[in-house]
Ligand binder design. Structure first.
Ligand code: NAD
Length: 291
């Protein structure tokens, strides 16, 4: 079992760190919030007073922070200077591809190994240890990260070299945003045309319009398997987080010169929906604005 530093014990990181500790790793946990550190201690982690203390002597250091600026600051100001030579850095946050690649290169230049390993699955999957990790980094770094990530998830998939994990994450979420809006507007139109939502679901879920947003996460309450729609759109994947991922995807598309008209329109619709005060609601609540 390994000594692992874990920095960022928020909604996602708290459950992930607890799962590593439950599988027998010594987890040195740090967050700026004392309350988060206390929660981690109660879950079997060893709280660290500073990020330096968490990282010193650890074989691996994991970050699960809000955005690229936080990860860059923590890696450059703390991790690079205090991580043991040859140790493995794993960033599980969702951040921009350019920062992920830059940090991977800076780590390599310092004799450290690094992977970007963003996750699919929300707070419930983080707590249950059933996340999907999409990993960017060398074969060697992936082989080292795999058993650590497997302790927190149901699938660990190598996407390619440094930054490829983040690329996979934002492409997936751009597709999800567009498919959720398309599903929501199809249900809204079906209702206006006098079709019962259940009847439309029964037909479309077995026809060519079928997609995950319909059959696993239906935006209409009482239709399909249980989803945030059945709980007033509380919990689930917040609109604010979907908007964050869409902005990352659109910025990456602009930089790469890729045409993403559907992603761009999804970004406009989620931007307006969030601005109207809905940023804490699950992203499937966009159907309420389309009705
Ligand atoms: P969160 O805001 O709940 O947690 C972030 C934590 O980082 C906070 O506890 C904060 O105190 C801590 N933090 C910030 N700066 C720090 C620093 N310099 N040093 C130490 N700790 C610091 O966020 P979250 O929901 O846990 O999400 C984390 C990442 O995972 C984000 O990049 C998010 O996009 C991604 N993600 C979230 C979900 C989800 O459903 N919540 C799903 C998939 C991916």
């Amino acid at each position: 079992m390994s000594t692992i530093a874990f920095i960022g014990l928020g909604n996602m990181g708290s459950g992930m760190a607890a799962n590593l500790a439950a599988r027998g790793h010594l987890v040195r946990a740090f967050d700026l919030s004392a309350e988060a550190r206390a929660r981690a201690e109660a879950a079997g982690c060893q709280p660290a007073a500073t990020a330096q203390e968490a990282v010193a002597g650890a074989e691996a250091a994991i970050t699960m922070l809000p955005a690229g600026a936080h990860v860059a600051e923590v890696w450059r100001e703390t991790v690079f200077g205090h991580a043991a030579p040859g140790s493995l850095l794993i960033d599980c946050s969702t951040i921009d591809v350019a920062t992920a690649r830059a940090l991977g290169a800076e780590a390599a230049a310092r004799g450290l190994e690094a992977v970007d390993a963003p996750v699919s699955g929300g707070v419930a999957a983080a707590a249950a240890g059933t996340l999907t990790f999409m990993v960017g980094g060398s074969d060697r770094a992936f082989a080292r990260a795999q058993p650590i990530l497997a302790a927190m998830g149901k699938a660990v998939i190598r996407a390619g070299e440094s930054g490829a994990g983040q690329a996979a994450k934002i492409c997936n979420n751009m597709l999800l945003a567009a498919s959720m809006i398309a599903t929501a507007e199809a249900f809204a139109l079906a209702e206006k045309l006098g079709l019962a939502p259940q009847a439309f679901y029964d037909i479309a879920s077995k026809s060519s319009g079928q997609c995950w947003s319909m059959t696993s996460y239906c935006p209409v309450p009482g239709v399909g398997p249980e989803s945030p729609a059945d709980h007033g759109y509380q919990g689930g994947f917040a609109t604010a987080l979907m908007l964050k991922d869409l902005r990352l995807a659109l910025a990456a598309a602009a930089e790469a010169g890729a045409q993403v008209p559907m992603g761009a329109r999804a970004g406009e619709l989620y931007e307006a929906f969030a601005k109207a005060g809905n940023d804490a609601l699950d992203f499937s609540a966009i159907i309420t604005a389309l009705r």
